[in-house]
Design a protein. Structure first.
Length: 437
């Protein structure tokens, strides 16, 4: 199961003269560990992955089920069926072990078994499917292993909102990061009206949702860099000339350490929140059982790296341009105002001191921990280490070799979401036959 790799700037949109709704976003900035270190010293030992192709699904011109809109997650169930979460199409497509169509779960709508505004989803350990949809209130739509609608579990978004990454835990629970909250500004409200349990600025919480309608419970507070401070502000009038839209953005900080996590079969969580090579094993009670470390030092951020990163981000932003900015009403002047603010934000960007070592973490069905290392500019093109929870070192895959998949499945199945030059998404499924030294 792949964790998030790229930060999205947290923007607040305020409609002046009306009641405003603001989503408080968490930031993926995380760091130093605790607990006893377990040595995994020594140089990299190369691994050769032996694989075979199984099938590929997805087409630009095919059956309705295989034309994907915007795949965000994939999973395998215990029978080897692939589940493809396509929030743009408001559904999950289920594909059999040979790539044959099985069924579609969900459809667009507001009724039972329908999905209105899907944000994230997960396949639970018991085979149920949970889809979180944003609304007033928020809700998890639950479906059975056969795809039948089961129930809707409402979520009070003022107490906590599931993030983009949902990791299933034993007991039908879901682990998520960020503790986003919906704050509704109205008459008598004040910016000083804060929750008593608001996390410290240098911490990022991992919360557990029970799917029983109860409030989320804090599992662990990961390390976080101090806030970067206020950044760009901009404003524009919408297409109808009736409302002024304000944009507020945190100051951009490049090379921030990410928060990467996945669950082991015993309910512990493998967590990376450091600039160095450090994996914490967090127990169900929130304590750190063990800390795994390898002697891989982060690269210092130099002036040349800073300049290269500014060029890269500017080119990436200009390539997409205003067409990548989606605002209700599709107002050109609004999109242009936001784009201009983003340009200034890149120019005013600040930098962390080091390029984080770890780019991604995932756990396979044998409880091996896959740790993808960053390349020299912080991109996900470094080698991938494979270790065990007991501190054993399996070996290292080369940067141009096998990568962490979107999902691990029974019998060595691995699923990769890919896009071609036209943006057509496919899911390629392979089988890992062996890892040889």
């Amino acid at each position: 199961m792949t964790r998030s790799r790229n930060r999205i700037p947290c923007w607040s949109f305020v409609l002046l003269g009306a009641v405003g709704a603001q989503i408080a976003c968490g930031n993926a900035r995380n760091g130093d560990g605790e607990g006893d270190a377990t040595g995994l010293g020594g140089p990299d030992v190369p691994l050769a992955a032996v694989t075979e192709d199984v099938y590929t699904v997805g087409a630009i011109d095919g059956e309705d089920w295989e034309t994907f809109s915007n795949i965000s997650s994939v999973w395998f169930d215990a029978a080897g069926n692939l589940h493809v979460f396509d929030p743009g199409a408001h559904r999950v497509v289920v594909v059999g072990p040979s790539g044959e169509f099985v069924r579609t779960v969900g459809r667009q709508g507001e009724g039972p078994g329908e999905i209105g505004n899907p944000m994230s989803a997960a396949l639970l350990l018991d085979g149920r499917l949970a889809v979180f949809e944003f609304g007033m209130p928020g809700a998890f739509e639950l479906f059975g292993p056969d795809g039948a609608y089961l129930e809707t579990v409402t979520v009070d978004l003022t107490k906590g909102m599931p993030g983009a990454e949902l990791v299933p835990l034993p007991g039908g629970r879901l682990l998520t990061a960020g503790r986003g909250r919906l704050r509704i500004a109205g008459p008598g409200s004040s910016p000083d009206d804060e929750e008593e349990d608001e996390p410290a600025e240098d911490r990022r919480p991992l919360d557990v949702f029970s799917l029983e309608g109860s409030d989320p419970q804090l599992l662990y507070e990961a390390w976080d860099l101090p806030p970067a401070g206020a950044g760009e502000e901009a404003s524009a009038v919408d297409a109808g000339g009736q409302r002024q839209i304000m944009f507020r953005m945190e100051r951009i900080r490049a090379f921030e350490p990410g928060l990467h996590f996945d669950a082991l079969s015993d309910g512990r969580v493998a967590l990376a929140d450091s600039t160095g090579w450090r994996i914490k094993l967090v127990a169900p009670d929130g304590s750190v059982d063990e800390t795994l470390e390898r002697p891989v030092e982060p690269v210092r951020v130099t002036a040349s790296l800073q300049e290269e990163e500014r060029r890269r981000r500017s080119a990436e932003m200009e390539e997409g341009g205003a067409s990548r900015i989606q605002i209700i009403g599709s107002a050109v002047d609004v999109a242009q105002g936001l784009l201009d603010a983003m340009r200034r934000g890149v120019e005013d960007m600040i930098f962390a001191d080091e390029v984080p070592v770890i780019a991604n973490v995932a756990v396979d069905l044998d409880d091996r921990i896959w740790v993808a290392r960053s390349g020299p500019l912080g991109q996900d093109d470094g080698p991938t280490d494979i270790v065990t929870p007991a501190g054993g070192y399996v070996g290292t895959l080369s940067p141009d070799g096998l990568r962490i998949p979107g999902a691990f499945g029974v019998g060595g199945l691995m699923a990769y979401v890919e896009s071609d030059e036209l943006g057509v998404q496919t899911v390629r499924v392979i089988r890992l036959l062996s890892l040889d030294r």
